[in-house]
Design a protein around this ligand. Structure first.
Ligand code: WT7
Length: 642
C-alpha cells in the first residue's frame, strides 16, 4: 500500500475490474472478442477475431460489419437516451450550446446527405480543417456514416501543410469554416484552404460560418454549410461497413521530413477506444460529465472526444478556446459550471497551471472532479502531485495514459479503482495489451533501471493498419527494428523496482513539444527552403513548460543577396518562415546562426552535441567529429550576437 492506493468506495463503483487482467492473460483473442460484443453494436457479427497471417497487416473482427456513426449516435437515441446531452459546446466568450443525442443524430444525417450530394461516396477521402466547434464532430461522424475516410488537419497547421495532406490523401472535399476565434479575436481560416486546394483533387469546399468575417468565394467550388446542410433531410440510413473499412487517416511526424498518413479502420478502433474510455476514465455515461481538452486535429481528439466517448453515450464538454482566455481560471470556471467529473488533459497544461499558481483553481468549486487523466508526454512527479492536490482535491485517481497516433487508443495506464498509482509512470499495459522493454540486441530487460526500447508484443484492435500509400515504410518504421514480432514504438523506457514502466521519451529524431510530435527533419527542411539558409540542424531541448522546445542552428548562404536582414530580424524572419511552412507550433524557440555544424566523418550531424549546447550543458564526447574545433567555434559564437 502507498499513499496512492485506490479507495474502497471508488473501487466499489469502478468500471475497470482487476479480473480483466486475468481474463486477458488467459486468452488474448477471446478477451477482445468479448470487449467487441460488449462495447460495439454489429450489424453483422464477426466470425474471426484476429487474422495475423499477413503480419504486420492485421484483420480484426473479420466478417463483421458495423457503422461507427450509428454506434456513436443512433443507437443511443434508439435506447431512449435521445434527450441526454452529448456535447456542451463552450466558447471562450461564454457562448454555449447544448446538443442532445437526438440533435446530434439529426445534424449528422443532414451533413451526411449534404456531403453525398456534393459527390462524396464511400471510400472517397474528405479533409477537415476546422476549429473546435460541434460541426467538426458532426463532419467527422457524417464521413464515418458514409464510409468516406476523413483526414482531419489541425487548424493550427499552415496552408502548405494542409495542401500536402490533401494531396497525399487525394481528398475530394475539404470541410472548413470562414474563420476561428483566437483569444477573443476572429481570425481567418478559409484563406488557407483557398491556397491549399489550388491544383489538387479537392473540387469542393464546404464552409461553416463561424465568425462572419469576409471571405473570398468561388461559386463553382465553395458552398456554405448553412445552405446545404441545414436544408438537407434529417433522415439518412447508416449502411454497415466492413470491420476493416478505413475510418480515417491522420498525419503524424516521423524521422523523415514527410509526415506519415496513419491509417485506422473501423471495428477494432471503435472497440478499443470505447473500452479504454470506459475502464481507464471510469466513464459512467448516465452520470458523468467528461472533458477532454485536446484538439480534434490530434489523435487524442479523435479517440477521446469523438469516437470513444460518443460510442459510450457520454455527456461531454467541447471547448473552443485556450486555458488563458479570457482569464487563467477559465478551465476551472467550466469545471464548476458544468460539474465536470472526468478531466483529461496534458502535462504541459498542468505545468502551466502550476506556474500560474494554486490560488487560481482554489477560487472555483472543483468538487465534481473524480477522475483526472494525463496524456501526450511523461508527466513529472511534481506536476502529478500538484494536479492530484490542487485539481483532484487530494483524492482523485490520476490516469497517466501512454499511447500514440499509431496505437489509436490507450495502451499503458493504471486503471482507477484497481491500480496502486505511481506518480510519473504510466505503469503497465492495460488488460488486452502486451509490452516489453528490449535492449539494443533485442533481449527483454528484466532488471529495474536498465534503459531500453518499448515494444508491443501482441497485435491490438486499434493498431494502425498502415501508412497511407506506403506499405514499405509501415513495415520498415514499426516492424523491422527488432523483427516482425515486435512493434517498435520509438520510445525509450525502463522498469522501476515495482515493475512499473517509465517512458523516457523518443529515441528517434522526433521531438515532443507540448505533447505534439514534431520532426527535426521536417523543420530543418522548412529552414533550408528559405533563400538565406544553407544548412540547418534542429534539436529538441528540454523546456520547463512545454517538455521540449525546438532549437535550431543555421548556416547562412555566403552568396545571399547583399542588404538582406541580419541579426534579430533575420531570426524572426526564419521563425515566421517555419510557421508559414508547417504551422506556428513548429516555430523554433531559438535560432542560432553558426559558421559550422558538428558532423561526423561520414557527414552525419551530431545532434547530441547541439543538444548539449541548447541545454547549456558541458559538451559531450567530440572524438568522432570530423573537425573537433567546430564545437568551440559554436560556443564562442553563442556569446556574440548573430
Ligand atoms: C508520443 C506519441 C497519445 C496521444 C497524444 C500524442 C509520447 C504520449 C505519453 C505518456 C510518456 C507519452 C510518447 C509517444 N507520449 N503519452 N503518458 N507518457 N510519453 O500522440 O503525437 O502520436 O505522440 O507521445 O513519446 O511515442 P502522438
Amino acid at each position: 500500500m502507498t499513499d496512492y492506493a485506490p479507495s474502497p468506495a471508488f473501487t466499489e463503483q469502478a468500471i475497470g475490474k482487476a479480473e480483466l487482467y486475468d481474463e486477458a492473460a488467459a486468452d488474448h483473442e477471446a478477451f477482445w472478442a468479448a470487449r467487441a460484443r460488449e462495447y460495439v453494436t454489429w450489424s453483422t457479427d464477426f466470425d474471426t477475431t484476429l487474422d495475423w497471417s499477413d503480419a504486420p497487416f492485421a484483420t480484426w473482427f473479420g466478417g463483421g460489419q458495423l457503422n461507427a456513426a450509428y454506434n456513436c449516435v443512433d443507437r443511443h437515441v434508439e435506447a431512449g437516451n435521445g434527450d441526454r446531452v452529448a456535447i456542451h459546446a463552450v466558447a471562450a466568450n461564454g457562448d454555449d450550446r447544448s446538443i442532445t443525442y437526438s440533435d446530434l443524430l439529426s445534424e449528422v444525417c443532414k451533413a451526411a446527405n449534404a456531403i453525398e450530394a456534393l459527390g462524396v461516396a464511400k471510400g472517397d477521402r474528405v479533409a477537415i480543417y476546422m476549429p473546435m466547434i460541434p460541426e467538426a464532430v458532426v463532419a467527422m461522424l457524417a464521413c464515418a456514416r458514409i464510409g468516406a475516410p476523413h483526414s482531419v488537419v489541425f487548424g493550427g497547421f499552415s496552408s502548405d501543410a494542409l495542401k500536402a495532406r490533401i494531396e497525399d490523401g487525394e481528398a475530394k472535399l475539404v470541410i472548413t469554416s470562414d474563420g476561428q476565434f483566437r483569444k477573443g479575436k476572429a481570425m481567418p481560416l478559409k484563406t488557407a484552404v483557398d491556397q491549399a486546394v489550388e491544383g489538387t483533387t479537392a473540387s469542393k469546399v464546404l464552409v461553416v460560418q463561424r465568425t462572419g468575417i469576409d471571405v473570398a468565394w468561388d461559386d463553382e467550388r465553395d458552398v456554405w454549410w448553412h445552405d446545404v446542410v441545414d436544408s438537407a433531410s434529417d433522415q439518412h440510413e447508416a449502411q454497415p461497413h466492413d470491420s476493416e473499412h478505413p475510418l480515417f487517416i491522420l498525419y503524424t511526424s516521423g524521422t523523415t521530413g514527410k509526415p506519415k498518413g496513419i491509417l485506422h479502420t473501423t471495428g477494432g478502433y471503435l472497440v478499443q477506444t470505447a473500452y479504454t474510455n470506459a475502464v481507464v476514465h471510469d466513464l459512467h455515461p448516465e452520470s458523468d460529465v467528461y472533458w477532454c481538452t485536446a484538439d480534434i486535429g490530434w489523435v487524442t481528439g479523435h479517440s477521446y472526444i469523438v469516437y470513444g466517448p460518443l460510442a459510450n453515450g457520454a455527456t461531454q464538454v467541447l471547448f473552443e478556446g485556450t486555458p488563458d482566455s479570457p482569464h487563467q481560471g477559465i478551465f476551472w470556471e467550466i469545471v464548476e459550471k458544468y460539474k465536470v467529473s472526468i478531466l483529461y488533459t496534458a502535462p504541459t497544461a498542468i505545468r502551466t497551471f502550476m506556474k500560474w499558481g494554486a490560488d487560481i483553481p482554489a477560487k472555483f468549486d472543483l468538487s465534481s472532479l473524480r477522475v483526472l487523466g494525463s496524456v501526450g508526454e511523461p508527466i513529472n512527479p511534481e506536476a502529478w502531485r500538484w494536479y492530484r492536490e490542487h485539481i483532484g482535491g487530494g483524492s482523485a485517481p490520476i490516469v497517466d495514459t501512454w499511447w500514440q497516433t499509431e496505437t489509436g487508443a490507450i495502451m499503458n495506464s493504471p486503471l482507477p479503482g484497481v491500480t496502486d498509482l505511481e506518480p510519473g509512470s504510466s505503469q503497465k499495459p492495460i488488460p488486452g495489451i502486451a509490452a516489453e522493454i528490449l535492449d539494443d540486441e533485442g533481449q527483454p530487460l528484466t532488471e529495474p533501471e536498465q534503459v531500453g526500447y518499448l515494444v508491443l508484443t501482441k497485435p491490438w484492435p486499434a493498431m494502425l493498419r498502415g501508412i497511407w500509400g506506403d506499405p514499405e515504410r509501415y513495415k520498415e518504421t514499426y516492424w523491422s527494428r527488432f523483427g516482425p514480432e515486435y512493434y517498435f514504438a520509438g520510445d525509450g523506457a525502463k522498469y522501476d523496482d515495482k515493475g512499473n514502466i517509465w517512458i523516457l521519451g523518443r529515441v528517434d529524431d522526433v521531438m515532443n513539444v507540448s505533447g505534439h510530435r514534431l520532426s527535426t527533419a521536417e523543420i530543418e527542411s522548412a529552414l533550408v527552403s528559405h533563400p538565406r539558409v544553407a544548412e540547418a540542424a534542429v534539436v529538441g531541448a528540454s523546456d520547463e513548460t512545454t517538455g521540449q522546445a525546438v532549437v535550431a542552428f543555421v548556416i547562412l548562404r555566403q552568396d545571399g543577396e547583399a542588404g538582406g536582414t541580419t541579426g534579430d530580424d533575420l531570426v524572426q524572419e526564419l521563425r515566421n518562415h517555419v510557421g508559414q511552412q508547417i504551422g506556428p507550433i513548429a516555430k523554433p524557440r531559438s535560432i542560432m546562426v553558426v559558421d559550422e555544424l558538428p558532423k561526423t566523418r561520414s557527414g552525419k550531424i551530431m545532434r547530441r552535441l547541439l543538444k548539449d549546447v541548447a541545454e547549456n550543458r558541458e559538451i559531450g564526447d567530440v572524438t568522432t567529429l570530423a573537425d573537433s574545433s567546430v564545437m568551440s567555434l559554436i560556443q564562442d559564437g553563442m556569446n556574440t550576437p548573430a
